[in-house]
Design a protein around this ligand. Structure first.
Ligand SMILES: C[S@@+](CC[C@H](N)C(=O)[O-])C[C@H]1O[C@@H](n2cnc3c(N)ncnc32)[C@H](O)[C@@H]1O
Length: 272
């Protein structure tokens, strides 16, 4: 049995997203979809018909059963996120990470979230305390549109600023050096490049939430490999010699396949 055929379905708001199992017939898939419409609050069943792809990290879907819509509102940890699944990236597998990071934030922080999507990290962070301000960037205009709607509906719009464009160039144009207490880089594909351009914007002491994808043979230690990966990027970056990092926490967020894991690492950064 392949890894793909083990994937469970995902419920995002009122939409259940199925993955077609290996060799599964359309009739079987549609039967599964009708069964899943019995789940509480589920009104639409779709099958994912492409990989997460492109700069905007979106995926395609085909309707299977129920109401024909890709728009929904997902409720999680007391917050609500509205979105259209065809327009933006959204995964419930990141919800705990949104929540976890928000619990590490203290009052009066100014935070930069570089690949904000529909606002998961941003809104969880802003909700922790009204003194917190978050600047967020995404290249997908739909993501920025939904993130603004979500900030409004969760009552934190006055704490959040959203910018549409390239997170690799906007920060240095928009913000002064040493502006932020915390930087979040939630896109493994671009985290290494974004680290180079955004780290100068962190204050003398600050926090960095970094993500990477690590492929390893069985039984190897993913946290060690992720830290080595970061060390390598840090060395190549040629940051000033009195800048230092300390790893406080690392975890596997999710698996992309057998032996490929999406990792989260929290670093304390000091610039003495
Ligand atoms: C994995 S998704 C973000 C998920 C989001 N952080 C969350 O927690 O739900 C990656 C996001 O990065 C955005 N993106 C990709 N390249 C970008 C770039 N160069 N600048 C800004 N945003 C970018 C995509 O549009 C997408 O919304």
């Amino acid at each position: 049995m392949s890894f793909r055929s083990l994937r469970p379905f995902e419920v995002i708001g009122s939409i259940v997203v199925l993955q077609r199992k290996e060799n599964e017939t359309t009739d079987h898939l549609v039967n599964r979809a009708h069964e899943l419409l019995n789940l509480k609050n589920v009104r639409t069943a779709v099958v994912q018909s492409s990989k997460v792809d492109g700069v905007e990290r979106t995926r395609s879907f085909e309707m299977l059963a129920g109401e024909e819509t890709l728009s929904t509102t997902h409720k999680v940890y007391g917050l609500s996120f509205s979105l259209n699944l065809g327009e933006v990236f959204y995964s419930t597998k990141l919800s705990f990470e949104h929540f976890r990071i928000s619990k590490t934030i203290t009052s009066n922080e100014r935070i930069l979230n570089l690949f904000c999507g529909v606002g998961g990290f941003t809104i969880f962070a802003a909700k922790t305390d009204p003194s917190i301000k978050v600047d967020s960037i995404d290249i997908n205009p739909h993501a920025v549109k939904w993130a603004r709607i979500n900030a409004e509906r969760n009552g934190v719009a006055d704490q959040c600023s959203f910018y549409e464009g390239d997170a690799l160039t906007i920060p240095t144009k928009k913000f002064a050096m040493a502006t932020f207490d915390r930087i979040i880089l939630p896109l493994p594909l671009l985290a290494d490049q974004a680290l180079l351009t955004s780290l100068p914007l962190l204050k003398k002491e600050g926090w960095l939430h970094y993500q990477c994808s690590i492929r390893l043979p069985p039984k190897e230690d993913y946290s060690e490999a992720a830290l080595k990966h970061f060390e390598n990027i840090w060395q190549k970056a040629n940051f000033p010699s009195d800048w230092a990092y300390e790893l406080f926490f690392s975890k596997i967020i999710r698996s992309f396949g057998p032996r490929i894991n999406h990792m989260a690492l929290d670093f304390k950064i000091e610039k003495s």
